[in-house]
Write a protein that binds this ligand. Structure first.
Ligand code: SF4
Ligand code: F3S
Length: 107
């Protein structure tokens, strides 16, 4: 199983998650992070670290966010690896909790 980054990460990208991942399996786009499903070892350390509560175990991803399972796999193959925390996006607090941000996703 893998963990999955979902909608509420978009335009927030706090990056607290990357610091705790023992296998460095986060990949970074302009305004979203994803987890590589073949590299994640299912340790669950990242889930409580996300201030936006955007990380779920694959079998607990909400019904309306199932598309993010495939999206993490797809984008992890093309985006660069990220292993260190950086500043959140400038408008992170304003976007935290806004529903359905998928159309804001930059690739
Ligand atoms: Fe990394 Fe563990 Fe989170 Fe998977 S569950 S992304 S291995 S911290
Ligand atoms: Fe995104 Fe949460 Fe990590 S907002 S960058 S999944 S800490």
């Amino acid at each position: 199983m893998t963990f999955v980054v979902t909608d509420n990460c978009i335009k927030c990208k706090y990056t607290d998650c990357v610091e705790v991942c023992p296998v460095d399996c986060f990949y970074e786009g302009p305004n979203f992070l994803v987890i590589h499903p073949d590299e994640c070892i299912d340790c669950a350390l990242c889930e409580p670290e996300c201030p936006a509560n955007a990380i779920f175990a694959e079998d607990e991803v909400p019904e309306n966010q199932q598309a993010f399972i495939e999206l993490n796999a797809e984008l992890a193959d093309v985006w660069p690896n990220i292993t260190e925390k950086k500043d959140a996006l400038p408008d992170a607090e304003e976007w935290d909790g806004v529903a359905d941000k998928l159309e804001q996703l930059e690739r």
